[in-house]
Design a protein. Structure first.
Lengths: 268, 265
């Protein structure tokens, strides 16, 4: 009985074994190459001391720093980080709309949209940290440099997502307005934007979540936010303060993710 | 006459208190943040000339002859990203099984695993790298550990969500033949999520290449370290060259990886 059942199993479709083996070998050798380049110099002599210091710092939060409400305190740094993320997201949310229109096939045609898409990809590829360093030399170290860096860098992602939702919208509304003699700006404000607004808002909120994390790292290069006190604490081996900041950062990001996620679910 | 009668039909919009209230809050948040962060549009515009002066120093012309000295750190950056995402993927798969509520049907396992994964994902890679540089010393090893943890969090989150979204019929079919957990995993789950899992690993690799390029700024190896050294010594033309080379490297890797991902899923 069992044997007849087994014999009824359809044969596996033939696959190109050579092709598969070649791919496997290629991937395997790339990974070997990568591991080969790893120069592991052994763990530093001071590592165990550092780790035990870290654990001690982790268990003894820096209460003085938490309760400090002046400009040098934790609360100020957290609010500044959130402020950078909000302002940066807002700037990019506005700036991304023209870029997105310029990259949408059903607005500007196929050829122009390819150029627009390429520009958006280029913006996305440029690291925000390097943008931050460039803007620091423009507006000086501090939060505004971080806002500008996030504002420009986020165009890359938002522009792409915006243009995708413009391309998938119902084109009938646009045609209806055009057939009534509507001009370009009327098409934009009465057909395009009302349709895509909920998706735009949802993407912008999603980008805000990402920007919260980015804003936390911008301080490492001097562009404001919680990263600056964090890197000072790490460099001066003040582990109690460093881990207090990391824990507060985790809590803040988690809360913001939660709120933003709830709003996004309602929107779409 | 007829005009008036049509006008009467128009239904008055209800006063949308909630709508205006939300807008007021959003406006307050945006202006409040701009004020708190000291963001001044006027100042930005007046300083715009500075930007062009800097761009001029960076790119007109970049130090073309510096290229050969960049290739080494650039390869190191890519190697860091490969090792980080490879190790991250290996650890992520088993862990994601524990986070998926249709494989391990136990809330007391799923919830804590997910909680830990969430924590890993909230810590930015750069912060992890700064911490590991303190432990392992300056060099690419600290960066690899940071990328490993970061990609582990990313891949396992995406994978467990895919596992939860699989077609459960196959699992039930195999279970009804008397298969145990391992056989369910081998014949019902892995075939369904493997392409997605590989695609997520490639995605993590893309993210890691970008991250690895800047990790050096805190001393965690790769091209970022070369960048930081030259910036500190104000060799702007070299910095410009590094930006150009890493930009195109990231762009090429992105294009290749994205094409493979499109084929996978």
């Amino acid at each position: 009985m069992m044997e007849t059942l087994v014999s009824n199993i359809p044969k596996k479709p033939k696959t190109n074994k050579l092709y598969k083996t070649l791919i496997f070998i290629a991937v395997f050798s790339i990974i070997i190459w990568a591991f080969d380049g790893l120069n592991y110099k052994g763990i530093m002599v001071t590592a165990s001391g550092t780790v035990s210091g870290m654990i001690r710092g982790f268990l003894n939060p820096d209460i003085e720093y938490i309760t400090n409400t002046t400009v040098d305190g934790l609360l100020n740094a957290v609010i500044e980080t959130i402020a950078i993320a909000i302002s940066g997201t807002f700037v990019s949310g506005i700036l991304a709309i023209p870029f997105a229109l310029f990259a949408s096939q059903n607005i500007v045609g196929e050829k122009v949209s390819k150029v627009g898409k390429f520009i958006i990809t280029m913006i996305r590829t440029f690291p925000e940290l390097i943008l931050a360093l460039i803007f620091i030399s423009v507006v000086g170290p501090g939060a505004p440099a971080g806002i500008l860096a996030l504002g420009i860098h986020s165009i890359g992602m938002l522009g792409k997502l915006y243009s995708e939702s413009i391309e998938s919208m119902d084109i009938g509304v646009k045609e209806a307005i055009e057939s009534c003699g509507g001009n370009k700006s009327e098409v934009l404000f009465r057909a395009v934007l009302p349709q895509v607004a909920p998706e735009f808002l949802s993407y912008t909120l999603f980008r805000f979540e990402i920007n919260m994390r980015a804003a936390a790292t911008l301080g490492l290069v001097g562009a404001g936010g919680i990263g600056a006190p964090l890197i000072f604490a790490i460099r001066s081996r003040r582990w109690d303060r460093a881990f207090t900041i990391v824990i507060v950062l985790i809590i803040t990001v988690t809360i913001i993710d939660f709120i933003s996620g709830k709003i996004r679910k309602k929107l779409v | 006459m007829s005009d008036e009668s049509t006008e009467k039909i128009v239904i008055k919009k209800p006063f949308r208190f909630k709508f205006y209230f939300t807008i007021a809050i959003v406006v307050f948040l945006i202006f409040g943040s701009a004020y708190f962060a000291g963001f001044n549009v006027y100042e930005v515009i007046t300083n715009l000339g500075q930007t062009f002066r800097l761009l001029d120093k960076l790119f007109l012309p970049p130090a073309w002859d510096y290229t050969e000295r960049i290739i080494g750190p650039l390869f190191e950056t890519v190697q860091m990203a490969i090792v980080g995402s490879f190790l991250g993927a290996i650890v992520a798969f088993p862990v994601s099984l524990f986070a998926a509520d249709n494989f391990i049907e136990n809330k007391y396992v799923n919830t804590p695993v997910r909680f830990i994964l969430n924590i890993f994902r909230t810590i930015p890679a750069l912060v992890l790298a700064a911490l590991f540089v303190a432990v392992f010393g300056i060099g690419s090893f600290a960066g690899i550990v940071a990328l490993f943890i970061f990609s582990f969090g990313l891949i396992s989150k995406l994978t467990y969500e895919s596992i939860e979204a699989i077609d459960y019929g196959q699992v039930e079919a195999i279970k009804s033949l008397g298969a145990n957990k391992l056989e369910v995993l081998r014949y019902a789950i892995i075939p369904q999520v493997l392409p997605q899992f590989m695609s997520y690993t490639l995605y993590a690799f893309e993210v890691n290449v970008r991250a690895a390029a800047v990790l050096g700024y805190v001393g965690a190896g790769g091209i970022g370290q070369t960048y930081e050294r030259n910036l500190a010594m104000r060799y702007f033309d070299r910095v410009g060259m590094i930006i150009i080379v890493s930009f195109f490297a990231v762009l090429i890797i992105d294009v290749i990886s994205r094409n493979i991902r499109k084929r996978l899923v």
